[in-house]
Design a protein around this ligand. Sequence first.
Ligand code: ASP
Length: 439
Amino acid sequence: MKKVVKFGGSSLASAEQFVKVGDIIHADAERRYVIPSAPGKRFSDDTKVTDMLYDCYHLAETGKEFKKELAAISERYQEIIDGLSLGISLKDEFKTIEKNFKEKVGENYAASRGEYLNGIIMAAYLGYEFIDAAEVIRFTDEGEFDSEYTNQILGQRLNGVERAVIPGFYGAYGDGRVKTFSRGGSDITGSIVARAVKADVYENWTDVSGFLVADPRIIENPEGIETITYRELRELSYMGASVLHEDAIFPVRREGIPINIRNTNQPSDEGTWIVESTCQKSKYVITGIAGKRGFCSVNIEKAMMNAEIGFGRKVLQAFEDNGISFEHVPSGIDTMTVFVHQDEFIDKEQKVVSAIHRLADPDSVDIEADLALIAVVGRGMKSTRGTAGRIFSALAHVNVNVKMIDQGSSELNIIIGVANDDFETAIKAIYDIFVIAQL
Ligand code: ASP
């Protein structure tokens, strides 16, 4: 068995956290490839090292003095080295970083140093080989992650390497210039390494015990999710549940490698398993509920719309021409509604409305603002009758008016539109009927 283990920033924020991580790795000999993030926050209003690096580099880039800021970053690492009583020094590394900052080598390089330095410490602490991600994770000249080439060179490099530390978050172009993934991208590195070594499991260690059925800011102490499929996770994540970087599922998904989200501070918790498919029934009919406020609906009416070929395309063209993406498009026989993000739409609304008139010649266009969308997701819904009925009677019971209903064709999710003000009440009602009532 081979396990790839990724540890997030809060799991590596201090020497104390490093010790927990070391214990986790040593507890299982199969945990052979380790992907560290940069040190994160030690307490709630602390600053992540990655943010310190961005700030420091911006000073350097604008020709300002940055010695003090760089020293503060160096101190964060020194504190960890001292706390672990390691005999290594990062002095030369910081000299190189200072020189490169003065030469303005770029923000990507700057940000990547957080993971790079933490990787050096981690490798020394574990006694594992250190492999610089710049050598094995490759981007194309256009800045896209080069998945196949990376898989080849990384697979070759790790072949015969029993144990290694590979820093997360970055790689390099063919000419050696460093390039980072988007924020939170160490999750992607872990997934890439898991694919390259054909791992049995990709363990992603963070500061929560996996995914929760609902947002803990709305539901007090929500139940955890034991197993979720990649598809269900996509349906929930696009509505805003972020424990794992969205792009992290793609490399492992194509190899059928499961991801196990675990909690560094509570290592005995099973966490959440993310899998391709499963015959494990979820504990409840629904796997999770997620949602977002801040949508607008644009209702377009035209008599005989259903008989007019190309009507939908013309309407959507008006949104595309103005650079606006849509979330949902429920329709009726003479109506079509387009749900968009209010903050993206608000400045362009009149342009869009006139474009709809010009392109599609509707009878009327009516905008409604301050709406929320709620996704109720579950692989169990397909085989359970009455799910939609239960959702809507629960909402009626708490006096929530449903503005829109959309059941995805996969029968994996039901999307409900309600007023922003009803958002929390609606989520509580759905949680109560499917979870609390089943306990
Ligand atoms: N350190 C980077 C960030 O803060 C990447 C990561 O932690 O995954 O976004």
